[in-house]
Ligand binder design. Sequence first.
Ligand SMILES: C[S@@+](CC[C@H](N)C(=O)[O-])C[C@H]1O[C@@H](n2cnc3c(N)ncnc32)[C@H](O)[C@@H]1O
Length: 240
Amino acid sequence: MGTLFGVGVGPGDPELMTIKARRVLASCPVIAYFAARRSRGNGYAVIEAFVEPHHELLRLTYPVTTEAVARDDYERLIGQFYDDSAGSIAAHLDAGRDVAVVCEGDPFFYGSYMYIHQRLAGRYPAEVVPGVTSVSAASAAAGRPLVSMNETLTVLPGVLEPDDLKRVLAGADAAAVMKVGRRLPAVRAAAEACGLADAALYVERASCDEQRVVPLSQTDDVEAPYFSLVLIPGTGIDER
Ligand SMILES: C[S@@+](CC[C@H](N)C(=O)[O-])C[C@H]1O[C@@H](n2cnc3c(N)ncnc32)[C@H](O)[C@@H]1O
């Protein structure tokens, strides 16, 4: 049987793919990738230049977005989608073909690959190739160390309810708020309520040509795309 690889391809700049990711991709006959409808696929965009004629591509198209359907329907549809995707990948593995599932950033850091791993890793050999996360790329883009000395880092999704955003941010030394998108105003309000807005930075498309870093307090007219996060760097370094 084939081996399943979850390959982290980094935050966007193809130069931030690891040597191992490049090697595994080159050696797998099948490359699977997730993509929203009408999208090329974020992970696929990173690796497109490395696809060779011997590769068979397996596109896994999300059926829905969270905004488009009620929560229960979303959970059911997305669960079915991951079941079907795992089935398509398993067919290749059963035929003895290795499959690389590409994943933006790191596969086990909010990455969709984990849902395939959860379904297949008990049945097939599986290996995860870690990748550079968007949080590392964002602090590099901002030119600000994220955490120093005894500071703790809090990572949270921007889709939390406003009260939860505030509760979690209130106790943070440093934080990375993922999945900001349309939730940017709510994240900004929570950071302001916690007295963190001055230190916070909005980072869009870190490591890509279109990369943008803006103080969170100046994002009133920003329409945040999918590839954006809010970074609240720790201040411990400033005390040294
Ligand atoms: C489903 S999570 C995937 C995270 C990814 N596995 C990682 O390791 O960074 C998607 C979120 O990651 C963040 N993200 C991914 N790439 C980014 C980038 N280049 N710049 C800023 N944020 C990014 C955004 O917050 C986006 O909504």
